[in-house]
Design a protein around this ligand. Structure first.
Ligand code: GAR
Length: 194
């Protein structure tokens, strides 16, 4: 059984999807061992509803070092699911190859500092992009720069708004996030030899 730690900052619908797809078997051989939040948020409630252990570490300059102290050593994967703090380079390097993030755009476009949540969707609409989507990628010290695991795109509608875009992207995220997590956890050997 592989142990996952999920980091959240918001409503946690992606966390819910992870919990549900572990239960349905879409993510194989895994368990959410711990949910860590950097602020009070509904994601914590979702975890508690499933009797998953939760820890709140207030965001700020000590977040990464405090996080380092509470992550169990036997953790196989740290999953950032709508997590909004930037992790320190040292933390990313300690857990290299074992941290993944979901980003609500087609990286390498619309990533980096300040590119989170609705900001991303506003930027995509303002830039008159023809398509958007979601990306699951490894976390490295460079913000949103790690290797891409899975990405899925769709065409924007004529009357697309940041709100409709956010909703469509969530739909794509619910599809590719469980797939990516299962792939990283259960086909890692295959990935490495490719
Ligand atoms: C998701 O769309 C995720 O891609 C985004 O926040 C949302 C969280 O939704 N993450 C980022 O912007 C990180 N840079 P959720 O709390 O309902 O899962």
């Amino acid at each position: 059984m592989k142990n996952i730690v999920v980091l959240v900052s918001g409503s946690g619908t992606n966390l819910q999807r992870i919990i549900d797809t572990i239960e349905s078997g879409e993510i194989r051989n895994a368990k959410v061992a711990l949910v860590v939040a950097d602020r009070e948020c509904y994601g914590l409630e979702r975890a508690k509803n499933h009797t998953i252990e939760t820890i709140l570490i207030p965001r700020g300059k000590n977040f990464s070092s405090e996080l380092g102290k509470v992550i169990p050593e036997n953790t196989d994967l740290i999953v950032l699911a709508g997590f909004l703090s930037i992790l320190k380079p040292e933390f990313c390097e300690n857990w290299s190859g074992k941290i993944i993030n979901i980003h609500p755009a087609l990286l390498p476009k619309f990533g980096g500092k300040g590119m989170w949540g609705m900001n991303v969707h506003h930027a995509v609409i303002d830039a008159k992009e023809k398509e958007s989507g979601a990306t699951v990628h490894f976390v490295t010290p460079g913000i949103d720069e790690g290797e891409i695991i899975l990405q899925k795109s769709f065409e924007l509608n004529e009357d697309e708004t940041p709100e409709t875009l956010a909703q469509r992207i969530h739909g794509v995220e619910y599809e590719i996030f469980p797939q990516a997590i299962d792939q990283v956890l259960n086909t890692w050997e295959i990935r490495k030899t490719k």
